[in-house]
Design a binder for this molecule. Structure first.
Ligand SMILES: C[S@@+](CC[C@H](N)C(=O)[O-])C[C@H]1O[C@@H](n2cnc3c(N)ncnc32)[C@H](O)[C@@H]1O
Length: 260
């Protein structure tokens, strides 16, 4: 595999010139004349509409779990963007709810393998979506600082579980039988780990839990949809977040049943 490929993000579809303009924005950000101590609070200046939209998308989902007990699990962490958004939303909506812990599952070395149900494109290859060496240590430190800036700073809100997601989830549940899951966000992109983790989770989902799939009906990552359908059934009420949902994304409210 090409060394750069592990950092690839799927751009689908991208108009000609789009990537050039993204790069230009990136360069402007890196060479910003804004003083560094102010830059962190000016991120919206350089954020693209899709990344701002992602905040709103997660906010709409978060509103659905405010009255539910349980933790948040993010399957597929990569650089930590979604975990970080969720932490921000927790600080906004329920800063006093110290039981709303966030668990992030990732190999932090990219896709461990792909199956025949995952298609065969440049982004569905073993090793794709990797991160830099020991990135999880950087991410853990970023999250620690964010916790200190937030409420109940002495309580651990995050846990990063490195390794195969299904294995780490099984281990976690063995040592935390009190687990109730209010929100599971699936962004593993692939059939096997999505199916395995979703099946393991079923007994731990509270009725009303929000289960979301980042690559739902995504033709480049067909395996995630196949897994969602197999575990939750064809008759599950998959829904989009109106307007702001990323093009390929859907969620369901778990009603305590798997539908045939
Ligand atoms: C699209 S990225 C996730 C992006 C992330 N949600 C964000 O906030 O930007 C997909 C991630 O799934 C992870 N992944 C795929 N299969 C996995 C598995 N079996 N176990 C753990 N992580 C896996 C990859 O390492 C990759 O980081």
């Amino acid at each position: 595999m090409d060394e750069n490929q592990k950092f690839i993000r799927s751009r689908y579809p991208s108009a000609s010139g789009y990537l050039d303009d993204l790069k230009r924005l990136h360069d402007l950000y890196r060479s910003s004349p804004i003083p560094s101590e102010e830059l962190i609070d000016q991120f919206a200046l350089y954020a693209t509409p899709p990344s701002l939209r992602r905040f709103i998308h997660f906010d709409r989902l978060y509103q659905k779990l405010l009255n539910l007990p349980g933790v948040i699990m993010v399957f597929g962490v990569r650089w930590g963007r979604d975990l970080s958004i969720l932490h921000g939303l927790q600080q906004i909506h329920e800063p006093m709810n110290h039981t709303r812990r966030m668990l992030g599952f990732d190999t932090f070395t990219g896709f461990p393998s792909v199956s025949s149900l995952d298609g065969n494109t440049s982004v569905t290859q073993a090793g794709a979506y990797g991160v830099t060496e020991a990135y999880e240590e950087h991410l853990a430190e970023v999250l620690r600082v964010k916790m200190r800036l937030g409420s109940y700073a002495h309580l651990e809100r995050f846990e990063l579980l490195k390794g195969d997601a299904a294995e780490r989830l099984t281990q976690y549940l063995e040592t935390h039988p009190e687990t109730v899951v209010a929100f599971a966000y699936f962004d593993l992109d692939l059939y096997e780990p999505t199916r395995a983790c979703a099946e393991i989770l079923i007994p731990y989902l509270t009725s009303g839990a929000v289960i979301a799939f980042d690559e739902f009906i995504h033709p480049v990552f067909p395996g995630e949809t196949v897994a969602a359908r197999q575990v939750f059934g064809n008759n599950a009420r998959f829904r989009r977040v109106p307007g702001v949902g990323p093009g390929h994304s859907s969620y369901l409210i778990f009603d305590g049943h798997q539908h045939d």
